[in-house]
Design a protein around this ligand. Structure first.
Ligand code: FAD
Length: 489
């Protein structure tokens, strides 16, 4: 058994631990914090409220099942989930409300009734998004883009044929505006999918308009017990497979000898490991843990994705018109993204996302109450005055909710905690608290992400949201699969 060290117990690190243990490695995970999960942590607030700290939308659950099956287990013995229907409640700035039903024809019908866009146009757009996803996902998400072998596979030709159909030179917004010239609200709805990897729909390439297929075609899911259950169930599996988790033991240096990895130095000691996988953001991995190694500067200097301001609110009443996922759109979407990506600030009128897990897991809030995870997209930390931006955003959120719900939510807030970009950076080591590593605001972003291995240092590998294939739960899980494939090749 080759001993392997994993730096960080984020979802990418946990999934890699499971895969390497299944390959027969003796795996130790070093985690700086007192518990696992990283961005996928949970928290409680006084009064009996539980929150998922970071991710709230879960797609491609089969990637989690795959890990249990790989270990010879029955997934449902560890982890259960249901398909969400409806998926999202949308509240547009003009007062229109729209329900995103799980079945595409029903959703398309709802769009026709509420927005006046023919259902056939919506279905045709979704089907094209589906074909694009099916044609490209295997090549771009399941394999390393940095190994020649990937480009010799027959699927690559299929992917190359599909991509131009999406409009290689246009932006995501241009593509949506061309598909739905009749209705700016539907354009805004589909543009929002750029935020699923922290990007700007007015800059991101049209190829990203395959993201809606993940939610509308393949489905949004709710894990029993909330998103944290994904990390918790996989840690249970990893421990059964013999993986050792060493908490509150940050890695301070990756050690090298004879031009390859030889181990790690942590806050508590020095350990020999011929194999090290970093689940820490790739930028501080180079800057802090490998100061002697020349860093791949072009890769590390790619623009970061957006970050988020999250208000965790224990709410002292129930709102029957809300579901698990709720979006309250701003009036001027372009202005919001200019503020985030060009001016590095927060607009006055913001789109607000509210996730309420107590709609599904009653124990997450006391009877008659709800647990609101309220999120606004913001720039990553570049030294802004965050206390002032938090106060500004909180006011904007309450105003937006008041307009949509006809209720001043402020007096119902019984418990509160805030997570801002500097806080996200401190808790997870992500540069500036960027949620998804580098942004996908240009055509080549996919190729400019750091590979899942080091070109300079044999024995060093990378997983998690800051490297290929990118951020978000499914892609972090796929990064683990790519690392495991590279090691078994
Ligand atoms: P991370 O979660 O970044 O964890 C890295 C771990 O490494 C941390 O535990 C950290 O403590 C540890 N670490 C760092 N340095 C060291 C060191 N030197 N030694 C030891 N340990 C170290 N994704 C979705 O799919 N759907 C969503 O709805 C969604 N919403 C999000 C909302 C928010 C507010 C946030 C923050 C993220 C969201 N994401 C979402 C993104 C998703 O959460 C991340 O892409 C994913 O969880 C990142 O996992 P990771 O493996 O990169 O590790």
């Amino acid at each position: 058994k080759t001993p392997a060290a994993i730096i960080g117990a984020g979802i990418g690190g946990i999934a890699t631990a499971v895969r390497l243990a299944c390959q027969g490695h003796a795996v130790t995970v070093f985690e700086a914090e007192a518990s696992f999960g990283g961005k996928m942590h949970q928290l409680g607030l006084p009064g009996g409220y539980r929150f998922d700290g970071g991710p709230s939308l879960f797609t491609l659950p089969q990637l989690v099942d795959e890990l249990f099956r790989l270990a010879g287990r029955t997934p449902t013995d560890y982890f259960r989930y249901e398909r969400l229907d409806p998926i999202t409640q949308y509240f547009f700035a003009d007062g229109t409300r729209l329900t995103a039903w799980a079945e595409e024809p029903r959703f398309a019908q709802e769009v026709e009734e509420k927005l006046g866009v023919p259902a056939a146009d919506v279905l045709s757009f979704l089907r094209q998004s589906g074909r694009a996803y099916e044609g490209t996902a295997d090549t771009f998400l399941r394999h390393s883009l940095h190994k020649a072998g990937t480009y010799l596979r027959p699927e690559v030709l299929k992917a190359m044929a599909v991509l131009p159909q999406l409009g290689l030179l246009s932006t995501m917004h241009q593509r949506h505006a061309a598909a739905f010239p009749q209705d700016a609200r539907l354009v805004q709805l589909f543009d929002r999918f750029a935020t699923y990897n922290g990007s700007d729909p007015y800059q991101a390439p049209a190829t990203l308009s395959l993201i809606p297929h993940l939610e509308h075609g393949l489905g949004a899911y709710y894990p029993e017990g909330g998103i944290y259950a994904i990390a918790a169930s996989l840690v249970k599996l990893a421990e059964e497979l013999g993986v050792q988790f060493r908490y509150q033991e940050p890695v301070q240096e990756i050690l090298t000898a004879g031009g390859r990895v030889s181990g790690v130095r942590t806050s508590r000691g020095i350990y020999d490991f011929p194999l090290v996988v970093s689940n820490m953001d790739v930028v501080p991995t180079y800057r802090r843990l490998l100061p002697q190694l020349p860093a791949p500067e072009k890769t590390l200097q790619q623009p970061r994705s957006s970050s988020a301001l999250i208000f965790y609110w224990g709410i002292g009443r129930e709102f029957a018109e809300l579901g698990v996922h709720n979006i309250f759109f701003s009036q001027d979407y372009r202005r919001e993204f200019e503020a985030i990506f060009l001016e590095k600030t927060v607009a006055d009128d913001v789109t607000v996302y509210v996730n309420i897990t107590s709609k599904k897991t009653a124990a997450d809030a006391p009877a008659g109450h709800e647990n609101w995870f309220v999120m606004v997209n913001v720039p990553h930390d570049q030294g802004q005055d965050w206390p002032a931006l938090v106060a500004h955003t909180r006011r904007a959120v309450l105003q937006r909710l008041h307009r949509a719900l006809g209720v001043d939510v402020g007096p119902y807030i019984r418990a509160e905690q805030v997570w801002d970009p500097p806080g996200i950076a401190r808790r997870t080591s992500s540069v500036g608290g960027a949620l998804y590593g580098s942004s996908s605001n240009n055509m080549l972003a996919a190729f400019l992400r750091h590979p899942n291995f080091s070109r300079k240092l044999p024995g060093l590998y990378f997983c998690g949201g800051s490297v290929h294939p990118g951020g978000g739960i499914p892609l972090c899980l796929l990064s683990a699969a790519i690392v495991a494939d590279l090691l078994s090749a």
